[in-house]
Write a new protein. Structure first.
Length: 420
């Protein structure tokens, strides 16, 4: 009898253990589904998205990741709408302007200490850090510079310009031979801002991290900022070389012009390389820092961490949250970064080894020391200030002559009104 009772007790003790093991196994095999929402338009970046999703789903057959893409101009509005309606994607990315807003609202999960985070440099991690906690990962980083058709430069014996005078000479030679020097896609406001940004980032912001704040609160108005005035005048100086209809030219048009040799240069972010090569895979595309002065020291490559990829802080569904976090660790890994660099022909925030077979990226990576400005973790213009600046710049750029004092005075009036 005593032996039988002992066996019964032993069985009773083991049942919970067996039950617990069975329960965990069922949970692991349970199908989990979530969404990754993005606005990546370039073919190479979409290839990266599809590859990392496919790789992960093969290793985790119980996980289904739905990839959804939106046009860039609809992305921010639709993302906010979906979160407000309770249909939030678990993976999304945020530009610098929205990142802080989303973190403060509690939408972004804390990913501090996530496996693989040590693959990213300090500047990149700082971009997605708030009060000592990390809420995202900048998988890509972008250089903002001039992209040029190397075959055209070689044909007319042109060298990469390092001063404003040298760039003017290059433009004149190209124009004399019937080549549009600069394909300027100013029909899209977001493109126009880079032509001014590469100037002001180097001459105004690099040595003054409070520059954006000083303009928004008008503690240092535009009218009193000679460096900004100089940048504005350099911007307008190249108007004769922007092509026949810069304010009717869109970004896709500009890429086509450079890819087919109708234009020699265009200025944008480093995603331009992938875009141009998707049109003409045989094109030889190089990159150089836009000259900001008549001194070679002003030819500085501007590099910024890209958007912060984030995990939605889903407190209502732990299974989905855990699955999304685990996938996020993989999509932020060094392996994923290497896939990104190869597929998207782009720069990555992670530290990966070796040169690429893309000439333009190697050109960008050749800049170092004082010739490189990595801008991260700055308080920048909010959308209303940014739009005001570039809408006003567009109005003045369309005129036959440029009155820089009147331009700065009008900006001061408009920024002061916004500050109130």
């Amino acid at each position: 009898m005593r032996k039988r009772m002992c066996l019964v007790l032993l069985f009773c003790m083991l049942v919970p253990v067996f039950a617990q093991g069975t329960s965990e196994g069922s949970a692991e095999n349970k199908q989990v589904e979530f969404t990754w929402l993005h606005h990546l338009q370039e073919q190479g970046k979409q290839e990266w998205v599809n590859t990392v999703v496919s790789n992960y789903e093969k290793e985790h057959p119980n996980i289904k990741i739905n990839v959804e893409i939106l046009p860039s101009d609809q992305y921010n509005t639709m993302l906010k709408t979906r979160i407000a309606s309770g249909d939030a994607p678990m993976i999304f990315d945020l530009g610098n302007q929205l990142f802080m807003e989303f973190v403060k609202a509690g939408y972004c999960a804390d990913v501090t200490g996530m496996k693989g985070m040590d693959a990213y440099d300090a500047d990149t991690v700082a971009q997605s850090t708030v009060d000592g906690k990390v809420y995202g990962v900048c998988i890509d980083k972008n250089a903002y510079c001039m992209f040029y058709n190397k075959e055209i430069f070689e044909k007319y014996g042109l060298s990469v310009p390092e001063t404003t005078s040298e760039l003017t000479h290059v433009c004149q030679v190209l124009q004399e031979h019937g080549i549009t020097p600069i394909a300027a896609p100013f029909a899209e406001l977001w493109c126009l801002r880079y032509y001014d940004m590469v100037l002001t980032d180097v001459q105004c912001c690099r040595n003054n991290k409070n520059w954006f704040v000083e303009k928004m609160d008008q503690s240092v108005p535009f009218s009193d900022d000679q460096a900004f005035k100089d940048c504005a005048e350099i911007f307008y100086r190249y108007k004769p070389y922007w092509g026949k209809d810069p304010f009717g030219t869109k970004w896709n048009d500009a890429m086509n012009m450079v890819a087919t040799g109708k234009a020699a240069m265009t200025l944008n972010g480093s995603w331009a390389i992938d875009g141009i090569l998707s049109i003409n895979p045989d094109a030889k595309i190089g990159a150089f820092a836009f000259p900001t002065s008549d001194d070679p020291s002003g030819a500085v490559m501007v590099v910024k961490p890209g958007s912060s990829y984030c995990v939605y802080n889903n407190t209502k569904n732990k299974a989905v949250m855990d699955a999304a976090y685990d996938f996020f660790a993989y999509m932020s890994s060094k392996e994923s970064a290497e896939i990104f660099a190869k597929s998207a022909h782009g720069l990555t925030g992670a530290k990966i080894d070796g040169k690429t077979d893309i000439e333009g990226l190697n050109d960008i990576n050749s800049y170092e020391g004082n010739k490189l400005y990595v801008q991260s973790n700055l308080v920048v213009f909010t959308p209303e200030y940014q739009n005001t600046l570039f809408e006003t710049l567009t109005q003045y750029a369309m005129k036959d002559s440029f009155d820089v004092n009147a331009f700065c005075k009008e900006l001061d009036v408009k920024f002061k009104a916004l500050h109130k």
